[in-house]
Design a binder for this molecule. Structure first.
Ligand code: PLP
Length: 479
């Protein structure tokens, strides 16, 4: 007989109980696995059938493959030794939230397609606004990633002047449209360039402004670039200031940049994808002075707010403009709910939207604003300890950039070596050896022509002992 229904709830319960134990054991024993996957390209695919099964398989068999296929092929972001890129955490409340999100399968496209999904999103983004010490007047929405949040912010910036008629007439083939220009620092994330590609602004129209010795955008150079563009007949549109750049976590001078944006009538978007979470720590807020001048801000709870992938929060003080950029309501999506409700589909490209607010709400409640601040503060203290170890060690070890948050850029220079290519190769070797240990995973970047190593602390399981071990491995990897 053909089965045409779902598996029984009892079967779900049996396996979910088992899976809960499996997940708890994974979180407890994650250090048993090499943090960086040791698998070679194609090896995972080679163990799997190339075609899907025609006949149903048992959940017992499927779940057995978590140990056989999934774990050995994973790079373990939840491992305490994960110190690469921006380390993050799928915390216990966040994992529970994801489970319920999948079970409820709500769609937060319209208020009525699930009022709680919309209203919880409004509540939790406003909680974050308060957690970050931001003033009133910000509208918050959840997207998947900072890349999308920034693209939405720049779409709104482009729509701010409706006289350009871009929403209706597009940009292609229009002699009447000036070149629209976006400014960001030379260290801004590539998502700004990608947004310009996507929005039809063009990569050429993203102007990368030079930075000072601490990798912060130079306001004088910004002013100069804007004036030069105006003189050529270009149309400055937006500035993206970064609060926590990807390579070295520098913070652009938001207040100075904001003043320029006000004077020049430009949209100011602040990319705090990583660093923004530090606003949860009151004594760190002065770094973000001037944020009240911004039109939009992105912070990623999936980076440094202990929320599992994916979860990015876009704040804007111009929700009407964002709405104008994206709202388009076909007959089948009209509702009688009127202006009393927010229909989040009106503020972005997506119609269907995951119920991401639930996990974030659960994380904020389970840790509390004080607990979140304590955890972030602790990560910053760990980073200062690590930077001190590197400085005190000397013998060619150097810290290569200020450490405003929880990420350290450093390197080892062999005695007498001045050739940057040689130094880069030397540090690449150190990185390869420590990453091969399976105990830690670090990444690298370039600061100008300097190849540097990066340790990013953002996982709740990373302790001082983890870093002590990382430092021993690094010192031991010098040849
Ligand atoms: N902005 C900054 C400063 C980042 O560091 C990153 C990623 O590391 C991004 C944006 C992109 O984040 P996402 O992966 O959420 O698109």
């Amino acid at each position: 007989m053909k089965t045409t229904s779902d598996l029984a709830p009892e079967e779900f319960a049996r396996h979910a109980h088992r899976l809960a134990d499996w997940i708890a054991a994974y979180l407890r024993d994650v250090e048993r696995y090499p943090v960086l996957a040791t698998t070679v390209p194609g090896a995972i695919r080679a163990q799997l059938p190339t075609a899907p099964p025609a006949a149903a398989e048992s959940l017992d068999d499927i779940l057995a493959d978590l140990d056989r296929v999934v774990l050995p092929g994973a790079t373990h972001w939840n491992h305490p030794g994960f110190l690469a890129y921006f380390a993050n955490t799928a915390s216990v409340p966040g994992i529970l939230g994801e489970l319920v999100t999948a079970a409820l399968n709500l769609n937060a496209m319209l208020w009525r397609t699930s009022p709680v999904a919309t209203e919880l999103e409004q509540v939790v983004t406003d909680w974050l606004r308060q957690l970050f010490g931001m003033g009133d007047g910000w509208f918050g929405m959840i997207t998947d990633t900072a890349s999308i949040s920034t693209m939405y912010a720049l779409a709104a910036a482009r729509e701010r002047d409706p006289a350009l008629g871009i929403r209706q007439r597009g940009m292609a083939g229009r002699a009447d449209l000036p070149r629209l220009r976006v400014y960001c620092s030379e260290h801004a994330h590539s998502s700004v360039d990608k947004a310009a590609m996507t929005l039809g602004l063009g990569l050429e129209n993203v102007v990368h402004i030079a930075c000072d010795g601490d990798f912060r955008m130079r306001p004088d150079m910004l002013t100069r670039a804007i004036l030069a563009d105006r003189a050529q007949g270009f149309r400055p549109m937006a500035v993206v200031a970064t609060a926590g750049t990807t390579s070295m976590t520098s913070v652009d001078p938001i207040a100075d940049i904001g003043a320029i944006c006000q004077r020049e009538s430009l949209w100011l978007h602040v990319d705090g994808a990583y660093g923004g979470s530090a606003m949860a720590v009151p004594e760190m807020r002065p770094m973000f002075a001037g944020l009240e001048l911004a039109d939009s801000l992105v912070v990623n709870p999936h980076k440094w707010l202990f929320t599992p992938m994916d979860c990015s929060v876009l704040f804007t003080r111009q929700p009407k403009v964002l709405r104008r950029a994206f709202s388009l309501v076909p007959e089948y999506l009209t509702t009688p709910d009127g202006d009393q409700v927010v229909n989040y589909m009106d503020y972005g490209l997506q119609l269907g939207r995951r119920f991401r607010a639930l996990k974030l709400w659960m994380v904020v409640r389970a840790f509390g604003t004080d607990g979140i601040a304590d955890r972030i503060r602790h990560h910053c203290q760990l980073a200062q300890h690590f930077a001190d170890w590197v400085r005190v060690e000397g013998k060619g070890w150097q810290v290569c950039a200020p450490v405003p948050f929880s990420t350290i850029c450093f390197r080892h220079v062999p005695e007498g070596e001045t050739d940057e290519r040689e130094i880069a190769e030397h540090n690449e070797g150190i990185m390869a050896r420590v990453n091969a240990s399976g105990e830690i995973f670090i990444s690298h970047t370039k600061l100008g022509d300097q190849y540097v190593l990066r340790v990013a602390i953002g996982n709740l399981r990373t302790t001082e002992a983890t870093l002590d071990r990382a430092w021993a491995l690094l010192r031991g990897a010098v040849r």
